[in-house]
Design a protein around this ligand. Structure first.
Ligand code: FAD
Ligand code: ZN
Length: 473
């Protein structure tokens, strides 16, 4: 049976793009190196018609499909399971920009386009695609939309969903839905686009998208500020919103221990400010130009210093200094990976509840695991923290995760829910949080999702056992 399927796949995409042997780790092992899968084949179609042919072939043979873009996902949803029976469908060869519409402020690109290449293409036309994350050099727009990625500019421009006006999707039956409109208003029935965004490959394959662009600002400025506590960071956010209004595009926090881990693994990175309990990274866009922007940012920081909200601050004087500040922030997940396997939480809370949540959770974790090393950072402007834990010094990461993950998750997620939050803010559910979906998602919401899955993918071939637990009988 597999021989017949493989022959059909080779017919569809060419024998060179049906890989069954050789070095396939880049497709089969996830970025965190936590999940190692096997695949019947890695298939690399180059067009929507080829994707549709591949899906039809798999549907005919009842073979499960795992779509993959840049394989930078952090929840284990982008690699196949260990059975060796699933097909890994890589979208990387679908990397053409199909159209630009300067007056409509849109671009239409295929799913495998690397996010950074789209940012650059927009910049060449004096425009900007305001989606920005540390994985942007390798993640794809299809993966960003499939996981509804967030990143560092969400507080101003929203997550991937808000930037997407249209989609092209191959359904689990191998039909092509062309929804690539560049419309900002279209109330014609259920919103299929919003259904596919964030579905993590479980409802179909995203093959292209129309994205909303914004004009490039005249100036962008970056600053770092030191805060004694999260209360102060929240107060700084309130002040920054009041003084900078929609110019505020980024507001990130980094705990001292997160930056210490960066220092250990990236000692070459400069530290513009002396260590403090929390560092805040602010970004300001300004349509008026650099001088007025600098004036507004410096006035804000002076006011915050005067009020005792911050202890210290530095405004980047050049692009190089701004990059160095962002490198500190973006190096945190990389430093964690270098340090060893760790326990990650990507949580959302109302901004107002974050100081209380962190105080309660830190106390509970210290009581349970006094030697584990917390690494807390994230997008405070969106109420999204990466609340991670590194193994105690001397303990192997894999051992720490195997022994303590359940207990740590219980502590963190109980506190998240008690403070009105979500156990997945921007990374999605994947394989990692299916158990949390079963245990913590309201039963009616879960049942509705399962009915949608059943209606769209009755054969259950699209990224099965990810996102949703099996329906209760
Ligand atoms: P993959 O990892 O290949 O896939 C992710 C999921 O989408 C999988 O379930 C896969 O099956 C599905 N999928 C992929 N392509 C398609 C498609 N075309 N059609 C249907 N389903 C598809 N995320 C954030 O939101 N914010 C951050 O700030 C952030 N920072 C990160 C920093 C680092 C260093 C890393 C490694 C990751 C980070 N992430 C962040 C995780 C984030 O989800 C991914 O980087 C990105 O959005 C995934 O894109 P990808 O192309 O790599 O998708
Ligand atoms: Zn993030």
């Amino acid at each position: 049976m597999n021989a017949a399927l493989l022959a059909r796949l080779r017919d569809a995409v060419g024998a060179d793009h049906v890989l069954t042997e050789g070095e396939l780790d880049a497709y089969l092992v996830d970025w965190r190196r936590r999940w190692r899968g096997r695949a019947l084949a890695v298939v690399r179609p180059a067009s929507t018609a080829q994707v549709a042919a591949v899906v039809r072939a798999c549907a005919a043979h009842g073979v499960e499909i795992v779509p993959q873009g840049g394989n930078t996902g952090l929840v284990g949803g982008s690699v196949p399971d260990a059975s060796g029976a699933q097909l890994l469908l890589s979208l990387q060869r679908m990397n053409r920009i199909r159209a630009f519409d300067a007056d409509n402020l849109t671009l239409t690109a295929e799913a495998g386009c690397v996010l950074q290449s789209l940012q650059q293409a927009a910049a060449e036309r004096g425009l900007r695609l305001p989606l920005s994350l540390a994985a942007e050099g390798s993640c794809t727009i299809g993966g960003n939309l499939a996981s509804n990625a967030g990143g560092t500019e969400v507080l101003r421009f929203g997550n991937a969903r808000r930037l997407c006006l249209g989609l092209e999707v191959v359904t689990p039956q191998g039909e092509v839905w062309d929804g690539l409109s560049g419309l900002r208003k279209d109330n014609t029935g259920y919103d299929l686009r919003d259904l596919y965004i964030g579905s993590e490959g479980t409802l179909g394959v995203i093959t292209a998208a129309t994205l909303e662009l914004v004009p490039q600002p005249a100036a962008t400025l970056t600053a770092l500020a030191a805060c004694a506590g999260l209360d102060a960071a929240v107060a700084l956010l309130r002040l920054a919103r009041a003084r900078l209004a929609s110019g505020l595009t980024g507001f990130e926090v980094m705990a001292r221990h997160a930056l210490e881990l960066v220092e250990t693994h990236f000692p070459e990175l400069p530290r513009p400010l002396p260590p403090a309990p929390w560092a805040v990274l602010l970004e300001l866009d300004d349509a008026q130009g650099e001088q007025p922007a600098r004036g507004r940012l410096e006035a804000l920081l002076a006011e915050a210093l005067e009020a005792g909200t911050i202890g210290d601050a530095a405004v980047a004087a050049s692009l190089a200094q701004a990059d160095a500040m962002w490198q500190l922030r973006e190096a945190i997940p990389l430093a964690q990976a270098r340090d060893g396997l760790n326990i990650k939480h990507d949580i959302a809370l109302p901004v107002s509840r974050i100081p209380a949540f962190c105080a309660a959770t830190e106390a509970a974790l210290r009581a349970a695991l006094p030697l584990a090393r917390p690494v807390v950072f994230g997008h405070l402007g969106d109420g999204n923290l990466h609340y991670n834990l590194q193994a105690p010094p001397g303990q192997a990461g894999a051992d720490f995760v195997a022994t303590h993950e359940d207990e740590v998750n219980r502590i963190v997620y109980d506190a998240v829910l008690a403070h009105g939050g979500s156990f997945s803010a921007e990374h999605g559910v994947g394989a990692l949080k299916v158990h949390e979906m079963a245990a913590r998602k309201p039963a009616v919401a879960l049942a509705l999702m399962q009915r949608i899955k059943q209606a769209l993918d009755p054969q259950g071939i699209m990224n099965p056992r990810r996102v949703l637990p099996p329906p209760a009988r």
